[in-house]
Design a binder for this molecule. Sequence first.
Ligand SMILES: [Zn+2]
Length: 402
Amino acid sequence: MLEPLARIGRDPATGGYVRDAWSAADMELREWFAGEAGRRGLDLREDRNGNLWAWWGSPSRERPGVVTGSHLDSVRQGGAYDGPLGVVSAFAALDLLRGRGTEPSVPVGVACFTDEEGARFGVPCMGSRLLTGALEPGRALALTDDAGDTLADVVAEQGREPHALGRDDETLAMIGTFVELHVEQGRALVHEGRPVGVGQAIWPHGRWRFDFRGRADHAGTTRLADRDDPMVPFARMVLAARTAAAERGVVATVGKVRVSPGNANAIPGLVSAWLDARGADEAAVRDLVAELARAEGDVVAGGPGAGGRVEVREESWTPVVDFDVPLRERLARVAGGDTPAPILPTGAGHDAGILATAGVPSAMLFVRNPTGVSHSPHEHAEQADCEAGVVALADVLEDLCR
Ligand SMILES: [Zn+2]
């Protein structure tokens, strides 16, 4: 199953994947999902927020299902496993259950969440945030991509109804339990010497947009003293973020920057930069962002047009998620074989975390990643470990739907 997926959205120059939500690649990935659901005779549904569901059995409010799955979109220049491994393993685990002759007492669902990475509109886990009401649909619809198109435009272009987006209690009620399998984004399992682990918690994390405003001008004829160059405070912010993160024992990254007008021979008029900050301690992450925002003095936090030289806007915030303790211990026992699987915290956000926050009993399985590299074409998992992941997932599903 990974093979036909491997060519979709692949950049031949780098080997990396570009699978933005609602792009042509995304539509191909959705077709692949529909094909896999169809081949198995599963009942395919797309909810109001574009999330896909393939059901074995018919879930209802009275009889919600055990759901597994992940996402198919990717960060730009991402790898082949982050997301797809969870969806492929979900179908493979279902096949294994059927092969074993398992007759589940509740429906089993395979899910594919829309726009988990937030590569296009800046907000990660868009599909699950909208589904659970964690993201206000009006705010989501107004988000713009690099081309200036709003989510509302893009969704409509793909034949979906933008005004249907938003909290969907009917779909939520069908999820009794959610288990997401994911390639590990670190090397804890390498150190443990185990192919599969269980998620303990997701660090609190967020994204902030910093807009540094200055005055665009000629790079040759404008005296240094006369310049109002927003690249300079931007550069100070990047350096300050590194220092502030090290001081607080958290991580902070500026991985995306947009310079306007973006000419090599012009002083920019606007520099927009995105800060991603995470850590085990929520207060430390908050404090880091507050310090960076304060550093430039006349910061204005809030909407555009507020008049300040630096505007800081929180694009997303996800508080710490502690996965359901009895559920994760049950998973560790079932997935671990003779010795319980190791239980690991993670610095990466996932749809399972959004569902957990909304009160859906949720858990995660991680599959060993030999290099620990993630969000890169070098991300990898060995075939044998992927297979161990499928078996662990099938055992877990069988246990949960007994
Ligand atoms: Zn992922």
